[in-house]
Write a protein that binds this ligand. Structure first.
Ligand code: BG6
Length: 479
């Protein structure tokens, strides 16, 4: 018997701000990404006040999908993708975020994309907001600190739900809504929620207020979507980096249990429709005054999600008696008390390569929530070398994907997890989110562009392109 359902959603994943480019085309407004410069591994991206002439903003051009979408979607069709997860740039639809009428040119652009995908029988899967706050809402309103922004988000969601209701079935609300739990890196609060912190503020208290507003926005969007088309299937989207205890010392086990709340806080609310006890207790103990409006309980209860989409790249480890500051800690995806896992290799960018961690994650999420799961991001960021004959032999990437797919199939076939699909991240090379680099490549299709923005933008199929095509054809039987 086949291990995966015949309708398993094999696909690819992308985000508007990282690949579309055309940042000032078609009436688009500026987004929070349009003021982020390029960084590199170990050097943070800068968020500038305005667009400065002598700085490089890699998201402005992305890989120019805006002007080349037909060519790219034809390649996705040739690869055999059954679905494509991408996002809608909020700023193409409402350039500043607070307009009352949408920008028709932006709406038409996504009609074109969706129609082109459907032409190749590729199911469009849309993220409403993949780090897409309009800059105006971030600067003038303080992003999701401000409850008004919830209304603007819901207006945006309603507009696109209505427009694409007959063509799109699968939606998710906010990309990696929980990665802003890491307040040590300012880009997370900025890109998730359009928020910057004042020096005298308690980052955690701000975070939980922002989180509350965003959870309300997500729940309202789910309810609205289901009202517009009851056949919509709407999920949330979280980043899951499992936190392992360093040893069987009960103190390490407890440390990991507590630390994992950072991963579960958002999905606990989005799936169950109410706040978990550990969060309420923490607000009480810390004296956090999180502002609720009358009716918020009902909103959360009525807007629960139907599936959990998540990204999985790596795992991390905590040790109860290891204490460094977050700044000094070199472990990626880590916490102040993270230590390196001695059993696991890392990528060039320091991301732990742990396929078993994906099977573990699928089990943990399924057992906790009992909802269908969807792996909407997984992949290996590395540099590519052209061989003399002009091909790219990206065996390392194939190995990474193969082992993670194997682990996912085990979770389905041996553990009984309900898995909807698998869409590797950055199916075509795009701008890296954390560093803004091009050379950290995930794609199965190479794009000729470097970290400084030079290159012809020519697309070349890598060996992984042909490998994945066969994985899809055989529904994961041949890896
Ligand atoms: C996730 C994001 O955090 O990881 C993507 O949803 C991002 O937007 C991906 O690109 C990989 O991260 P990076 O920094 O290697 O691009």
């Amino acid at each position: 018997m086949a291990k995966l359902d015949k309708n398993f959603l094999w696909g690819g994943a992308l985000a508007a701000n990282q690949f579309e480019g055309g940042y000032d085309q078609g009436g688009k407004g500026l987004s929070v990404h349009d003021v982020m410069t390029a960084g590199e591994h170990g050097k943070a991206r800068e968020i500038t006040e305005t667009i400065e002439d002598d700085k490089f903003y890699p998201n402005h051009d992305g890989i120019d999908f805006y002007n080349r979408y037909k060519e790219d979607i034809a390649l996705f069709g040739e690869m055999g993708l059954k679905c494509l997860r991408t996002s809608i740039a909020w700023t193409r639809i409402f350039p500043n975020g607070d307009e009352t009428e949408p920008n028709e040119e932006g709406l038409q652009f996504y009609d074109n994309i969706i129609d082109e995908l459907l032409k190749y029988n590729i199911e469009p899967i849309l993220t409403l907001s993949h780090f897409e706050m309009p800059l105006h809402l971030a600067r003038e309103y303080g992003g999701f600190r401000n409850r008004k922004v919830v209304d603007y988000f819901v207006r945006f969601a309603e507009t696109v739900f209505n427009r694409y209701k007959d063509k799109v079935k699968y939606w998710m609300t906010f990309n990696e809504i929980n990665n802003q739990m890491d307040t040590s890196n300012p880009i997370f609060l900025w890109t998730n929620s359009g928020v910057t912190l004042a020096e005298d503020e308690d980052p955690e208290e701000v975070l939980y207020q922002v989180a509350h507003n965003e959870l309300i926005a997500s729940a309202l969007a789910v309810s609205k979507g289901k009202e517009i088309n009851p056949d919509f299937i709407i999920g949330n989207m979280i980043s899951h980096v499992p936190i392992y205890p360093y040893s069987c010392n009960p103190n390490d086990i407890m440390e990991a249990e507590i630390a994992n709340r950072l991963r579960f806080f958002f999905p606990d609310v989005q799936v169950r429709g109410y706040y978990p006890g550990y969060a309420l207790k923490m607000f009480e103990k810390n004296g956090y005054d999180i502002k609720w409006q009358e009716g918020d309980d009902e909103i959360l209860k009525n807007g629960t999600v139907e599936y959990i989409a998540f990204s999985y790249y790596m795992s991390t480890v905590v040790k109860h008696d290891e204490v460094t500051s977050v700044e000094d800690n070199v472990v990626n995806g880590g916490l102040p008390n993270s230590v390196k896992n001695p059993y696991i290799e890392e990528s060039q960018w320091g991301w732990a390569i742990d396929p078993v961690g994906l099977r573990y994650t699928l089990n943990v999420l399924y057992n906790r929530y009992q909802l269908p799961l969807f792996i909407v991001e997984n992949g290996f960021g590395t540099t590519d070398e052209f061989k003399e004959d002009g091909t790219i032999d990206d065996q390392e990437r194939i190995d990474y994907l193969r082992e993670h797919i194997k682990a996912s199939i085990q979770a389905v076939d041996e553990d009984g997890v309900d898995l909807m699909g698998y869409t590797p991240w950055g199916i075509i090379d795009i701008v890296s989110f954390t560093t803004g680099e091009m050379k950290k490549r995930y794609g199965l299709i190479h794009v000729d562009r470097d970290n400084e923005g030079n290159g012809t933008l020519k697309r070349t199929k890598k060996n992984s392109f042909y490998w994945f095509n066969n994985v899809i054809k055989t529904n994961g039987e041949e890896l």
